[in-house]
Design a protein. Sequence first.
Length: 376
Amino acid sequence: MGWAFWAWAVLQGLTLLGVLNYWRHLPVDRKEEAPEGVVVLLSVRDDWDGGAELIARLKAQTARFRLVIASSGGCPAAEALAAREGDWVQLVRAGMAIDEGQKVHKLRAALRALRPDYRYLVFVDADIEPPARLVGRLLFPLVRGKADIVTGYRLLLPEARPTAALVGAVEMQLATLPRAASATMPWGGAMALTREVAERLDLDAALAGRLSDDMAIGLAGWRAKLRLRPVRDLLVASPLEGSGAIAFGVRQYRHIVTNSVGMWGIAALVVGAQALGWVWAMCWGGWGALAIGYAAAFGRALGRRRIIAGVLEPDQARAARRSLWWDVLAPFAVCWAHWGMQLAAAGSRRIRWGGFDYWVSGGKVMRLKRATELSV
């Protein structure tokens, strides 16, 4: 057995240990805080349907807050919700962006509209299915002074289509990575920070001209040497349709490559080693190399199954487990698809998102135009 075999065995062992590390360190005592002065910021498109399930889930949160919804200014569902529940919902009409992402434009408008007594800012996305503990768990490290920026992470619930499940498997590789504060980037779908930190970062200026809200906040936090903390049990369910699943994966990496080439390069190097390792194992490694690869993949799938069961509701867990079949039956395909998305992301600086085409350089929007007649 040569060095390539042992390198392959070590690589597979490390990937398995990473998943097991995540599972073993899932918090058992999931402490929450419910301070006064909490605001949740939600950006919605003008064709938003009102998100009945999302609103119900937000109302079920264990921590109290005021909801600020930011739209471009033509969302009937948001207008109706604000009119019906004005004691809880505040609506901000941002208008159309000129030189930045439409979501960023709406969030900046929402930040400027905040009342002085809001002390904690929580950001959520409109396509998530948050657990009742979401806001309280995000607030706990902030209130206890253990972090400056706190984040959960996305866990995709793919449709019962092979392509969607494959992209879900790719995303699950990222979701179940061991997380350290020094290597954490926040996810805008479930993120929190104090008003003091927002002012320290000059958040409005940090977001100005940007396309990606979470990348802009994360990079600003890194530069300011803030403490970024992931909450491991907040893997937040987010449905994924089969149509456009691959484009979704490429777009996520294009956000990274247009903000930080170095970060993208490290990620591509790690995934590329795994992807090329599978090529070697299947062509030259023999049955021993394949056995090691599949044994590690099966172990990762079991670990991820336990993680899913520990953080999601039963119906959500059943949907998320669709992606595990790719891990078990064709782990090489997951690695190849993951690397392919990373490489495809580097091929262009154009990002199609929310009905617009954006051309991005250094994280800044250089040009934008309406891509379709879809609402924004």
